[in-house]
Design a protein around this ligand. Structure first.
Ligand SMILES: [Zn+2]
Length: 330
């Protein structure tokens, strides 16, 4: 337990935001419920559900308190830590073979190495480790963790410019076979933890290197055009102009929401427009048509978007706003 505390404090000292995982397990210890099951009973959820990403901390006092209680594993929330972690996995069983596109690859390392070579990055000597250590082309040495299952986590610094990177998954829209990435909305099991008795250990104790530009390019989300004005037809009179301005305001508010507050921003925008919907100036469908594309473009997931808009509309419906009263007051 001491070792876990020491490891957690060490990660926090590097500026990495840590949170407790269930002992010897990959799953977060807190919260013990999902956003949709949140009844506000957890004291930290009193003013809205607080997930592991928001709870992750670098505060030594909070870390000491948590890790003196139980031998929690250590999760690192990649987004707030400014990290992009490349997760190179190994086959799980003898029949776990690569798809034709990656024929001949033995593991995630092979796929990642050929991606690097394909993108013409300079060849850097890499003092690899593990059973097939050797020079890896195009991959700069960086902070590296060996995982419990024989995989590898390469830690990179998230670019300071450009879009926020999110998680990607192997062959499903990700980099390729056995190569996942974790960034905003993602976490990794940190060195010092164990999962089913198998340790995660630092393999190369370097500072995280900047994310290679070719990798940042491959991981950048495909921009989705946000054209909310086209989604709703408004009357051409002053009511219409008022509504258009109200919509633009909510869209701007949502688009500018910082990481960790995006779901909450979606909620408050849905409440604001939901009040107008309750006052019959818009329909609930209009509100969804306006907010959904913006929410997707900032990286929220379809399921959580639908739930959050629905709950915002419910709250907004309790306080309808009618255009006539608004304009008299203005
Ligand atoms: Zn909650």
């Amino acid at each position: 337990m001491r070792d876990l505390l020491t490891a957690a404090l060490g990660h926090a000292e590097r500026g990495w935001h840590v949170f407790p995982l269930r002992p010897d397990d990959k799953r977060p210890a807190f919260p013990d419920h999902t956003a949709e099951d949140c009844a506000g009973r957890d004291p930290r959820c009193r003013s809205g559900h607080l997930g592991w990403e928001q709870r992750a901390t670098t505060d030594p006092a909070r870390i000491r308190r948590a890790w003196s209680r139980r031998p929690y594993g250590i999760g690192i929330a990649c987004g707030p830590s400014g990290l992009v972690v490349v997760d190179l996995d190994v086959p799980k069983h003898p029949d776990d073979n690569p798809p034709p596109e990656w024929a001949g690859a033995c593991d995630g390392w092979d796929v990642f190495g050929s991606l690097a070579a394909r993108h013409g990055t300079p060849i850097d000597p890499f003092d690899g480790f593990g059973p097939d250590a050797g020079p890896r082309t195009g991959i700069e040495a960086t902070y590296t963790v060996g995982t419990g299952s024989g995989g590898t986590h390469l830690y990179y610094r998230h670019p300071t410019t450009g879009p926020a990177l999110r998680n990607t998954t192997g062959e499903r829209g990700g980099l390729g076979w056995k190569v996942d990435t974790r960034a905003h909305g993602g976490y990794v099991v940190a060195a010092g933890s164990t999962v089913t008795g198998r340790p995660y250990a630092v393999a190369l104790d370097y500072e995280p290197a900047p994310l290679p530009a070719w990798l940042a390019g491959l991981l950048a989300p495909v921009p989705r055009p946000a054209r909310p004005a086209a989604a709703v037809s408004l009357p051409a009179d002053r009511h219409g102009r008022y509504l258009a301005a109200a919509i633009r305001r909510q869209v701007a508010h949502l688009a500018a929401a910082p990481d960790g507050q995006r779901n909450h921003a979606l909620f408050t925008s849905a409440v604001a427009l939901g009040q107008l919907a309750a006052g019959a100036a818009l329909t609930d469908d209009d509100v969804t048509a306006v907010l959904e594309p913006v929410a997707l473009s900032i990286g929220l997931r379809p399921g959580e978007i639908a739930r959050t808009i629905a709950s915002g509309l419910r709250v907004g419906a309790r306080q309808p706003r009618r255009l006539s009263s608004i304009q008299e007051a203005a």
